[in-house]
Ligand binder design. Structure first.
Ligand SMILES: Nc1ncnc2c1ncn2[C@@H]1O[C@H](COP(=O)(O)OP(=O)(O)OP(=O)(O)O)[C@@H](O)[C@H]1O
Ligand SMILES: [Mg+2]
Length: 251
């Protein structure tokens, strides 16, 4: 196994609201290894996004700590890429403009960043759409732009929060296949949130099953099936049964 990259050590998170304190993360200890694809799988509203945001630095933890490569995470940074369910692309920028945005603001020369952006645009299958605007693209294509944009910053870690959650089933399968293809070509440490069991088993090296809120890690499964995976493979179906039986019902 590769070296430890992200370490959540006894992480808890309580939101203070006008209606009192809300404990969202109970006590999470979790390690993600370099180039691992870890899936956080749990019921709706269990605290998946909050945990992911604590790992990416968008939220601060109430107690415990998150470290990446030994450095304590308490704010966002360019070494961490994020892709959300609805990726906020800049509507006034083209596909190229969106993908090259990160390197541009960091001062990379035009020729260098164009070359890099083109590489990632091609990687996600959007060659020929460089000059299109986001509203001219389908939902799946917009998520591809989001993935290319995140990759173009060359982050150490990619955090993905149900990135395919609002896509139709067919597009979702295609995106899952493509994500694996991209990740196998350009290995990164990925933390991927989903509440879809098939998606979890299709993608993951390891699945951390989360409990209902305040969430903690109920159990972990290493998934050793070869890739590309087959949704109707007997072992796939067996894992699906097994993991479905341990996950809490959504509240
Ligand atoms: N900023 C906040 N202030 C107060 N409560 C919050 C805040 N953010 C999240 N929560 C609460 O924490 C709980 C978990 O939310 P979170 O979005 O992390 O769960 P989730 O598992 O990602 O949900 P979903 O399945 O809808 O994506 C919810 O009850 C939510 O209301
Ligand atoms: Mg969420």
């Amino acid at each position: 196994m590769n070296r430890e990259m992200i370490v959540c050590d006894n992480v808890s998170k309580t939101f203070e609201t006008s209606r009192g304190n809300v404990d969202v993360i109970g006590n999470v200890s979790l390690t993600v290894h370099e180039n691992e694809l870890l899936v956080l799988f749990g019921p709706g509203q269990c605290g998946k996004s909050t945990l992911l945001n604590c790992m990416s630095g968008l939220e601060t933890v109430t107690s415990g700590s998150v470290t990446i490569n030994g450095k304590v995470i308490d704010s966002p940074g360019p070494d961490r890429g994020v892709v959300y369910q609805r990726t906020a692309l800049f509507p006034w920028l083209t596909v190229m403009g969106n993908v090259e945005y990160g390197p541009k603001v960091r001062g990379m020369s035009k020729s260098e960043r164009r070359e890099k952006a083109q590489y990632y645009i091609n990687l996600v299958g959007l060659e020929g759409f460089e000059d299109s605007y986001p509203n001219q693209l389908s939902g799946g294509m917009q998520q591809r732009v989001g993935i290319a944009r995140a990759y173009c910053n060359e982050p150490d870690v990619l955090f993905m929060d149900e990135p395919f959650g609002h896509l139709d089933a067919q597009t979702r399968y295609l995106m899952q296949e493509d994500l694996i293809r991209i990740w196998e070509k350009e290995k990164r440490t990925v933390v991927f949130v989903t509440n879809n069991i098939e998606e979890a088993i299709y993608l993951a090296d390891r699945i951390a099953v989360l409990t209902n809120c305040p969430t903690s890690v109920k159990t972990e499964y290493g998934i050793s099936l070869g890739r590309p995976r087959n949704y109707v493979d007997p072992e796939f179906l067996r894992l699906r049964e097994e993991i479905s039986s341990v996950v809490d019902k959504a509240l």
